[in-house]
Design a protein around this ligand. Structure first.
Ligand code: NDP
Length: 315
């Protein structure tokens, strides 16, 4: 089928010539696309597990020297060691993205270690859920500190040197919860809206500088965060976690949770030189669904006292 299509478009057997010959390059585009990040330095916040771990691995696989940053020493050492075992380069650095001094110290050390940070993935995040009237000030502020302020601080720390070099890639791991509201996710969803709002404003300021900022918006991903949400729903509704998980998965557009590698793949889309015009975009990663919003944010297990059988869990 594909062959017949090529014949029709390029003339018989045209596709059999080496690609390089046809496009007039010394190497084929495919060859150029291999390991595009050799010589680049990258920082992944929240790189100690889940999505951040997969992103750190993908960046390292593509040739970048990667700083794996999070609070938990064991996790970041484990991830960095795994990357090193594969013959790539990674450094674990402890950092709490909510603490300006901690971010500044990490940024300084990261720049020393990788010789300049060209890529920042703002992935560190935390979720919580509660009905609107039960959202405490602490939960609200805590969600904003990690999900929005953390991204602001890290971006401010690395942006000046990216601008100086005229090349940079900033990717925020936001959420579909940043694109639409859902029940019981007020603090988390508002903080992800803030993260996306920040990225939209920054994209306006960065146009034409060589530094791009983009966001990925996953639906439920198969990670510890989602497991914690499932356990939270199970505890609140008196149901077992296995049932909650199965119902929640069945309600996803693709009938399953997104895998971390799929989110990492989306993040990597923004990295190549020829992705320079991918700027200010928000890439939804949830396996389908016309809208980013409501249907996909409903879980199957009913929150205690909720007669409509719909429960939101932050993700
Ligand atoms: P995990 O809970 O598995 O991992 C979160 C990571 O963030 C950990 O490495 C954690 O390490 C780190 N982190 C948390 N707080 C801080 C902090 N204050 N400073 C530095 N690092 C911190 O989550 P996921 O992998 O699932 O999520 C990653 C991102 O993706 C988050 O931003 C999340 O909101 C987003 N997301 C997740 C979805 C899902 O369904 N799982 C869906 C949509 C978006 P430590 O605690 O050691 O610091």
């Amino acid at each position: 089928m594909r062959r017949r299509f090529l014949d029709a478009v390029f003339g018989k057997r045209a596709e059999l010539k080496p690609l390089a010959e046809r496009v007039g390059r010394k190497t084929s585009r495919l060859a150029i696309r291999r390991r595009t990040l050799v010589g680049r330095g990258a920082v992944v916040t929240g790189g100690g597990r889940g999505i951040g771990e997969a992103v750190a691995e993908a960046l390292a696989e593509e040739g970048a020297a990667v700083v794996v940053a999070a609070r938990g020493r064991d996790d970041i050492e484990w991830v960095a060691a795994g990357i090193e075992e594969e013959g790539r380069t990674a450094y674990p650095l402890e950092c709490d993205v909510t603490d300006p001094d901690s971010v500044a110290a990490m940024a300084l050390r990261a720049q020393e270690l990788v010789g300049g940070v060209d890529i920042l993935v703002n992935n560190a995040g935390a979720s919580s859920s509660a009905p609107f009237l039960k959202v405490t000030l602490e939960a609200w502020e805590s969600a904003h500190r990690v999900n929005a302020t953390g991204a602001l601080l890290a971006t401010q720390a690395f942006l000046p040197e990216m601008l100086e070099r005229g090349w940079g890639r900033i990717v925020n791991v936001a959420s579909v919860a940043g694109l639409a509201g859902a029940r019981y996710t007020t603090a988390y969803s508002a903080s992800k809206h803030a993260m996306l709002g920040m990225a939209r404003c920054l994209a306006e300021e960065l146009a034409g500088t060589g530094v791009t900022v983009n966001s990925v918006c996953p639906g439920y991903v198969h990670t510890e965060m989602t497991e914690t949400n499932i356990e939270r729903i199970a505890a609140k509704t008196g149901r077992d976690a296995k049932t909650v998980r199965a119902e929640l998965e069945a309600r996803q557009p693709g009938g399953r949770f997104v895998e971390v590698e799929e989110v990492a793949h989306a993040v990597m889309t923004f990295m190549p030189d020829d992705a320079a015009s991918l700027h200010g975009s928000e890439l939804v990663v949830r396996g389908g669904g016309r809208r980013a919003g409501r249907e996909g944010t409903r879980a199957a297990a009913p929150e205690a006292g909720d007669r409509s059988s719909r429960t939101g869990a932050a993700r």
